[in-house]
Write a protein that binds this ligand. Sequence first.
Ligand SMILES: [Zn+2]
Length: 262
Amino acid sequence: MSRYWGMNIIINGSFVRTQFEDPLPTMGPPNVLEDYRANPQADRYEFVTQEVIRKIAGTQVGGPWIGSINSRAHQIVSILPLNERAIGETSTVAKDTAASARPGVGTGVFIWYDPFTWAGSAMKMSIDPQNHFKQDDVLFHEFVHALLMMHGLDFSTPIAGWHRVSELYAIMLTNIYNSSNNRNSDLRADHDLSFHVLPKSFLRPTEQQDDEFFYNNNQTDIDRLCGSSLQTLCNTLADVQCKWNPLGVRKRKAKHPSARAY
Ligand SMILES: [Zn+2]
């Protein structure tokens, strides 16, 4: 059995991607092996993942984002389980890699995601002892990758601190998502698996880097996203009122260019 959310999102828990340590003795750290196993918890996985999507869909940022995923014709997002040991494999993978970076073409995707791992497991606490990551924002981050790939906007241009431009987008949009849910202490600074909180401002060291600073620093990449086939969605998200929204900063600057401050 699978569960669905709209036309394009399918949750299929039947097989779990499983990492485990090689039971054969070796010198040094044990080898980590991986296989796929029939999942005795498939029904529970599908139910809980669907509840996480329900939560995301009920938010100001997640609602329009999931709506855009479900309005993309003929491209499916399949959400599949990982065991706890495989937390580092949480990711979105294009079904067609070349098409994922071809604007206007795009591809369906697989999302590797396990809601139980992200709800206080030992592995999770080892990378995020302050408990910034939650079940919903982790899946929202993957939904950002999914929609970018579905539109052929998965830009892999390397960029300092973010690995690649599409991670800058995923982390920026997840920060807006968290801010709109009154989680301003859960804004992320980089693409490390370990959670780093967005650092203090250079100019005002007692304050966190604000959205205007972030926009000014990353204007070329943010403008590129906002001028893409996701333009309408970016415009909708720019109107979400919250403390940290670089898309809102961009929209205000476009209206009042004289107010630009660098
Ligand atoms: Zn990512």
